[in-house]
Design a binder for this molecule. Structure first.
Ligand code: AMP
Length: 383
């Protein structure tokens, strides 16, 4: 903690509430990250923003800091609203915003599906100044007249393109329509497909566009990740993963992606049988089980996790050192999101990808976008 800096209102040249600056220093945030430096001043001035930012760049705080600075601390009305695509992201954003707003006494409540609604209703009734939620559950709470968004001053759509992909397009609009048109709005999205462009036109007021992605490639690049590629036939992947895992230093934190839920179950059972302490996570599990697994991975007591794509977006676990694409993702955007789970905030990380017999098209796209010079080619010993 930098006690010498406590009690000021200046955080890396940004003028913020003293209590917010205190919280930031307590969290070890001594100065703004690039996306924060680029976006926070506009938001503090009341401008709407559209931001395309590199994954792991401090994106959450880039909307969380201005939001916690702008809302009234003791308000019992919901003044800040954050829409996110997944339950895990709702929990993570809630945690970070609570820390940022802690010294201002701001209460932040997360609402999402899969958990009893009664508990979330109680939390909202106790008073929430900021609500973070997935669109489906938010809409449900609004329809039950538990959640009144008529006092929202600051709304954020986080991972907007992902919400669109999951099928939340109508829900996003439903929710935005029921907030005051005077609200300030920020939208974060890796890509800006047509629907999102329309949403921006309809719901954002002369937004400031902030692009911290590599323009020439139209995508985030994750330069801090060593990207290693193996050609491997499907039936040899199980041998391949053993060879990889034997090579990784003991105690490393590893996230393995599979395409299907059943694949996650199979691989986690198989590797557990080989003596690895490993768990799986996917959408077919109960929310309490998902929470238990995610929490143990987050606190580091679990070192290896096999997941479907639900863990690809936004998850921030700075200790993840390796991401393994046992099954390749559907597209290049998803590839970049997945490998972005490692190498957070400038740390280095390693991504290992298994290029199977069906992955040639994606492989071509990776070569075209990432560039052969950044791709490290390796071969399994059994070939
Ligand atoms: P995000 O991109 O929001 O998932 O954040 C990535 C990581 O960076 C998280 O662990 C944050 O707690 C951390 N972080 C965000 N802003 C800062 C900052 N200004 N200084 C240091 N760490 C930060």
């Amino acid at each position: 903690m930098r006690t010498d800096l406590q009690g000021t209102t200046d955080w890396g040249g940004l003028e913020l509430e003293k209590t917010i600056v205190n919280s930031l220093f307590n969290m070890g945030y001594e100065k703004p990250s690039d996306i924060q430096e680029a976006s926070i001043p506009w938001q503090l001035e009341g401008r709407d923003v559209v931001a395309q930012a590199v994954t792991g760049s401090g994106k959450t705080a880039s909307f969380g800091i201005p939001m916690c600075n702008l809302v009234e601390a003791d308000s019992r009305d919901v003044q800040g609203l954050v829409l996110v695509p997944t339950r895990e992201l709702a929990q993570q954003v809630q945690r970070e915003l609570s820390l940022i707003g802690r010294d201002r006494g701001i209460s932040v409540v997360a609402v999402y599906g899969g958990e009893p609604i009664a508990k979330q209703i109680r939390a909202l009734e106790q008073g929430a100044t900021i609500v973070v939620g997935t669109p489906g559950r938010l809409k449900d709470l609004m329809n039950r007249r538990i959640l009144d968004l008529g006092y929202v001053r600051n709304a954020v759509l986080d991972e907007a393109d992902e919400m669109l992909d999951i099928g939340f397009a109508d829900d996003m609009e439903f929710i935005l329509k029921r907030t005051p048109s005077t609200r300030q709005t920020a939208l974060f999205s890796a890509t800006i497909p047509g629907f999102i462009r329309g949403l921006i036109r309809r719901y954002l007021d002369d937004p400031r566009w902030i692009q911290l992605v590599n323009d020439s490639k139209g995508l985030e690049t994750v330069d801090e990740v060593d990207q290693i590629f193996y050609d491997v036939a499907s039936q040899d992947k199980a041998d391949g993963i053993m060879e990889i895992l034997d090579d990784i230093e003991e105690g490393s934190q590893i996230l393995i992606f599979r395409k299907m839920q059943v694949g996650v179950d199979r691989l986690s059972k198989g590797l557990a049988g080989e003596g690895f302490a490993i768990k799986g996570i996917h959408g077919g599990m109960s929310q309490s089980e998902r929470n238990r697994v995610m929490n143990s991975f987050r606190d580091g007591s679990l070192k290896m996790l096999v997941a479907t794509n639900l863990a690809a977006r936004g998850l921030d676990i700075p200790t993840i050192s390796h991401v393994i694409n046992y099954d390749m993702p559907e597209n290049i955007e998803e590839y970049v999101h997945r490998i972005g789970r490692t190498a957070r905030m400038g740390k280095r990380g390693t991504a290992v990808s298994f290029i199977g017999e069906w992955d040639f098209e994606l492989h071509e796209q990776i070569v075209a976008k990432i560039g052969e010079d950044k791709m490290i080619r390796r071969q399994f010993s059994f070939y």
